[in-house]
Design a protein around this ligand. Structure first.
Ligand SMILES: Cc1ncc(COP(=O)(O)O)c(C=O)c1O
Length: 375
């Protein structure tokens, strides 16, 4: 067989304003090229400890078991379910968008009896309806998406939902893939049992790790299991030994990705969470005002609109695909379309982490105006 020959890698300088990945700052990209060391090298163990401390800061938690899972956000999602669900367990899942559907799919594959608490795409759950649903039968676990990337809705009242779950003896799993580092996520104050995220959204690190945090209630459930976790790679009772005191080999940690995450989290800590949230909010508000002016009104009501991921309605006659292609090809700007029931009806615009900047909002609005006027 002939050896394939390709040219040097030369990706275009995209402005990433889609639902992820967001743009990685140069300090994060530089960290990726630091020399490799072994995954049990004392210097790497120090990096691991720092990553854990920084993750506790972004998750606002004291949880000891706070680590990056090796894998993208979906690996975090899978770990958040497979370690706590045993075959035959009842689980309740909030489905108000695509990622609620994915949670149902995963929980079903683990052998759970899955009940869906449904809301139309773009809406959020009221704690009273969650409470009423939890009262119907004993549930082991309730899972809710904090920021639904398919719709742009941000679930409020997480503390009330956690209280309802605990009153009914259920654990609360929270998907914070699109919220962590961009809007408040307060694991301890809200009393969330398990939360997971991804590195490529508001943390502005490349995709590849899934931060997860597990509280004491959930950890006890995990250690009381009657059956073995059916997924070897994501079995936290083994993974926690590598990240904890024992430091026993489980799998080779993705060294460079942990360097990058450390740097991305250092940037979050330097900026400080309150300032970071204020920046995300301010830039989102600029975008919302600009979209209104362009007759592309935000899809989600202000009360539960997510500043990190905006969805806007497309007016009739606007060529969804052509405009997005024009943005990418002529302006190097990536945004995304809707899918599922929102296909062709909305755009999804991410202002996450390093991508959340005034100049990006201004460039996007100018480019959309130019393309749509010339169409
Ligand atoms: C809310 C939410 N959950 C889970 C995921 C899955 O993450 P990944 O694509 O990194 O596996 C995503 C990805 O966009 C997401 O937006």
């Amino acid at each position: 067989m002939e050896a394939p020959q390709f040219s040097d890698l030369n990706p275009s300088p995209r402005v990433l304003l889609g639902p992820g990945p967001s743009m990685a700052p140069s300090r994060v990209l530089a960290a990726l090229s630091a020399p490799l060391i072994g995954h049990l090298d004392p210097e790497f163990l120090a990096v691991m400890n720092q990553v854990q401390q920084l993750l506790r800061y972004v998750f606002q938690t004291q949880n000891e078991l706070t680590i990056p899972i090796s894998g993208t956000g979906s690996a975090g999602m899978e770990a958040a379910l497979v370690n706590f669900i045993e075959p035959g367990d009842n689980v309740l899942i909030g489905v108000n968008g695509y990622f609620g559907e994915r949670l149902c799919d995963m929980a079903g594959r683990i052998g759970a009896h899955v009940d869906r608490l449904e809301r139309p795409w773009g809406e959020v759950f009221d704690p009273d309806e969650v409470n009423a649903a939890l009262a119907r039968k004993p549930y082991k676990l309730l899972a809710v998406v904090h920021a639904e990337t398919s719709t742009g809705a941000l679930q409020p009242h997480v503390a009330e939902i956690a209280r309802a779950a605990h009153a009914h003896g259920a654990l609360l799993v929270l998907d914070t893939v699109t919220s962590l580092g961009g809007v408040p996520v307060e694991i301890d104050a809200w009393d969330v049992d398990i939360a997971y995220s991804g590195t490529q959204k508001c943390l502005s690190c490349p995709p590849g790790l899934a931060p997860i945090t597990v509280g004491p209630r959930a950890r006890a459930v995990m250690h009381r299991r009657a059956t073995q976790v059916p997924n070897w790679y994501l079995d936290l009772s083994n993974v926690e030994k590598y990240w904890g005191q024992e430091r026993t080999y489980h799998h080779t940690a993705p060294i460079s990705m942990n360097y990058a995450l450390r740097e991305a989290l250092r940037l979050v800590a330097e900026e400080g969470l309150p300032a970071r949230f204020a920046r995300h909010r301010a830039n989102a508000e600029l975008l919302w005002a600009g979209l209104e002016e362009l007759d592309l009104p935000p899809f989600v009501p202000l009360a539960h609109r997510n500043p990190t991921l905006t969805t806007c309605r497309l007016r009739p006659g606007l060529d969804d695909v052509a405009v997005r292609q024009g943005l990418l090809n002529d302006y190097n700007i990536e945004i995304s379309g809707g899918f599922g029931p929102l296909k062709g009806k909305i755009w999804r615009i991410g202002l996450m982490g390093h991508s959340s900047r005034r100049e990006n909002v201004a460039s996007l609005l100018t480019a959309v105006r130019t393309i749509t006027l010339s169409a």
